[in-house]
Design a protein around this ligand. Structure first.
Ligand SMILES: Nc1ncnc2c1ncn2[C@@H]1O[C@H](COP(=O)(O)OP(=O)(O)OP(=O)(O)O)[C@@H](O)[C@H]1O
Length: 708
């Protein structure tokens, strides 16, 4: 059983997240966990989204992300609220992406919805003409040929219009998809570790992702919000059929006609089942598109990956990811156009079912030759009934989809308002100003508990570091060394105490700006699924294509011999654990002919060091932080790396220019530092120079003696 402290700690994190995540219009109050039961309605879209997920009669328990909302009065009210609060704005944004084409799309949808009624009328004229021809003494074809030709021309025009409307719709949808996906990616790369650790944020982003995928024809296309337009055209269609039926049935006993109409509805449905069988899975794209699809997916998973989040933040990779993804995505989207065009050819508009349906009129002609009602009227009536049935059925299913789509859209809208939790309020931001020699750090009573943990990982951390000093953090496993490093690098925020960097509260720096003055190697550093060159160059994206800078970094990390030994040197594609190439739906699978090369733990460590050293010679880099940078290196290599670090943290004249912090289990390297922090159970128990701590004869001294 969990202790009350656990729940208090959990609650504290949940409430803290709600206070910090949203701007003023998304300020959540304590009622949010049971918002459905509140008399007052939702305050904002997030509230409405959360309330729609809440299980009835179980406040605080939520449907899993993506689960359909039951059709209840309460959910209908929430859907209405969301529609009023955000849907129109959202459509406005989409409209502004492509005003002309969107207007055209909407107008064409309404016009096309009138086609079935026209079609029925046209068929009726032909049938009437046939009837009068058969009944008349003087049989002439001219009028019938005229009507049939008109019908053929009408169908061709209709087919062309349909084809044009479909390709126009495809372009509108394409730009909407791009916008939504871009916004999604943008949010992912901007959000920081604490924001993404929040389960509420995760659920919100998951539903937002489902929404983005609803724009993909081959994904959750049925949930597309553009179904709203479909509803309008279905309503227009239903309306036109009703008008037609009313005008035809005035004064006619239509029971028999109704029965026959329903019967004739069945035949096209059976035929449509058969024609569905011939549809094949189409594949498109060449090598270029396949590569773009592969790269797009790799970048997408990079943007979504929690594993890479710290380095994405630290090295400011957000823009690079977006830029690279944009170019790959555009290639993939362009390759989808021909596929769509093939699917909407004019031939497809000549639907076999409809021709059969027209043929069905001939037996009807013979059957009802004696009826007082015109056979044409009967035909119109029958096709109208048939279309009305289809349209009503479509309306119900489309409305259901739109209902679910509204909630997914609200997740997207609310997610675009998420603010990275580490970003200071606009009024609080202080620009980072470099000091001579490197950063100074003053930590006072720092404490930190991981979300969901009952025990703090750090408690009452106190120490001071002057500019240019070197600090070694040592201690047992799990004593909090890496957590302290994440706090110092502003990857996570502390709960209590204060942390001054250059005399300024670290919380007042813009994290991206602060990160641009640091370089680091994390304990679980990233192994990017790309070339050696990119793996190193990502340490300074501005120079990712500048070979001399990459070669210098490789040299500093003593990785020259390694790179030379690889099959294609810097261009060698590295094999990374856990990465699987994904193909884009509908994309032809290409044989991956590129040989990927695996590296040993120590070799990967050199690549990670080279990445950090990409910033070594950049002006304004004030601190290096290495979390066990040489744990996999042999003693000789380790000494060489520390010599390099000592060299690059000084100017050519020997003055210190960077503060260096390293975490190590090898106490022989710790003695190279100006100061040593000995950590135990989440706190610093001993702090001073190596000699001071040896003289103190405490834990550090005994560990040191044990290591030599
Ligand atoms: N994401 C996390 N969520 C919850 N607890 C965590 C998380 N990461 C670390 N901890 C806990 O925080 C404590 C400190 O972990 P930390 O990684 O800082 O230790 P460390 O001193 O760096 O260990 P090592 O020497 O093994 O690298 C540990 O008890 C660990 O279990």
């Amino acid at each position: 059983m969990r202790s009350p402290q656990y729940y208090r700690s959990n609650m504290r994190h949940r409430m803290a997240s709600r206070r910090l995540l949203f701007p003023a219009d998304f300020q959540l109050t304590h009622k949010s966990s049971s918002s459905k039961s509140q008399q007052k309605g939702p305050q904002n879209v997030y509230d409405a989204w959360l309330a729609s997920r809440e299980l009835p009669a179980q406040p605080g328990h939520y449907l899993v992300p993506g689960a359909p909302r039951p059709l209840t009065m309460e959910n209908a009210r929430l859907a209405l609220f969301i529609t009023k609060a955000s849907t129109l704005d959202f459509f406005k944004v989409l409209f502004e992406l492509n005003p002309l084409r969107t207007t055209l799309m909407m107008s064409l949808n309404v016009v096309r919805s009138l086609f079935p009624a026209f079609r029925g009328y046209s068929q009726a004229l032909i049938v009437d003409e046939l009837q009068s021809l058969i009944a008349s003494e003087s049989f002439t074809w001219s009028r019938l040929v005229y009507l049939v030709s008109t019908e053929v021309i009408r169908r061709v025009i209709e087919g062309c219009l349909d084809s044009f409307a479909a390709s126009n719709e495809n372009i509108v949808m394409g730009s909407a998809r791009f916008y939504i996906e871009y916004k999604q990616m943008e949010q992912r790369v901007r959000l920081d570790v604490p924001t993404l650790a929040d389960p509420g944020v995760r659920a919100l982003l998951q539903e937002s992702e489902l929404f983005a995928r609803s724009f993909t024809g081959s994904g959750f296309g049925i949930l597309s919000p553009l179904e709203f337009i479909h509803i309008i055209s279905l309503l227009t269609e239903i309306f036109s059929h009703i008008i037609l039926i009313i005008s035809l049935t005035r004064g006619v006993s239509h029971f028999g006609i109704l029965v026959l109409s329903i019967f004739s509805t069945m035949l096209p449905m059976i035929l449509s089942w058969f024609t569905c069988q011939r549809q094949e899975t189409e594949t498109v794209g060449g090598l270029k598109e396949a590569r773009a699809a592969d790269r797009q997916e790799r970048l997408r998973s990079l943007a979504y990956s929690d594993l890479h989040r710290p380095e994405i933040a630290l090295f400011g990779l957000g823009d690079w990811i977006l830029k690279s993804w944009t170019s790959a995505r555009k290639i993939v989207l362009a390759s989808e156009q021909p596929y769509y065009a093939r699917n909407t050819s004019i031939l497809d508009q000549f639907n076999l079912n409809e021709l059969v349906s027209a043929v069905q009129n001939i037996p009807l002609l013979l059957l009802f030759q004696t009826s007082s009602a015109s056979l044409g009227s009967l035909t119109v009536y029958r096709t109208s009934i048939q279309s009305l049935l289809y349209a009503c059925r479509n309306l119900v299913s489309t409305s259901k989809m739109v209902f679910q789509g509204i909630f997914l859209m609200s997740a997207f809208t609310a997610s675009t308002k998420l603010k990275p939790r580490l970003n200071p309020r606009h009024d609080d931001v202080v620009p980072y100003i470099s000091q001579t020699g490197g950063v100074s750090i003053t930590a006072k009573n720092l404490s930190y508990t991981y979300p969901g943990s009952s025990e703090p990982a750090l408690r009452n951390i106190n120490f001071t570091l002057e500019p240019g000093e070197t600090l070694a953090i040592v201690g047992y496993n799990g004593s909090g060394k890496s957590t302290l490093a994440k706090l110092l690098l502003r990857i996570v925020d502390y709960d209590r105490g204060s942390l001054l960097v250059n005399g300024v509260d670290i919380r007042r720096y813009n994290p991206a700006e602060y990160h641009s003055h640091l370089s680091a190697v994390f304990q679980g550093f990233s192994k990017f699924s790309t070339t050696v060159k990119e793996n190193v160059g990502l340490g300074n994206v501005d120079k990712i294509t500048y070979k001399p800078a990459i070669e210098t970094a490789v040299h500093l990390a003593e990785a020259d011999t390694l790179v030379k030994s690889l099959p294609t040197g810097l261009k060698t594609m590295l094999e990374t654990p856990g990465y699987e190439s994904l193909s884009y739906p509908g994309m032809m699978m290409q044989e991956d002919t590129t040989q990927r090369h695996g590296l040993s733990g120590g070799e990967w460590q050199r690549i990670a060091l080279a990445r950090a050293f990409m910033r070594a010679n950049e002006p304004g880099i004030d601190m290096f932080l290495f979390d066990e940078p040489t744990s996999a290196l042999d003693a000789h290599a380790q000494n060489q790396i520390f010599d390099t670090v000592a060299k690059i943290s000084r100017s050519p004249s020997g003055e210190r220019t960077k503060t260096v912090i390293f975490i190590t289990h090898r106490l022989s390297t710790a003695r190279r530092a100006d100061k040593v922090a000995m950590m135990e159970n989440g706190t610093i128990t001993e702090f001073g120079t190596h000699d001071e701590l040896i003289r103190k004869n405490g834990t550090y001294a005994s560990l040191y003696r044990a290591s030599i």
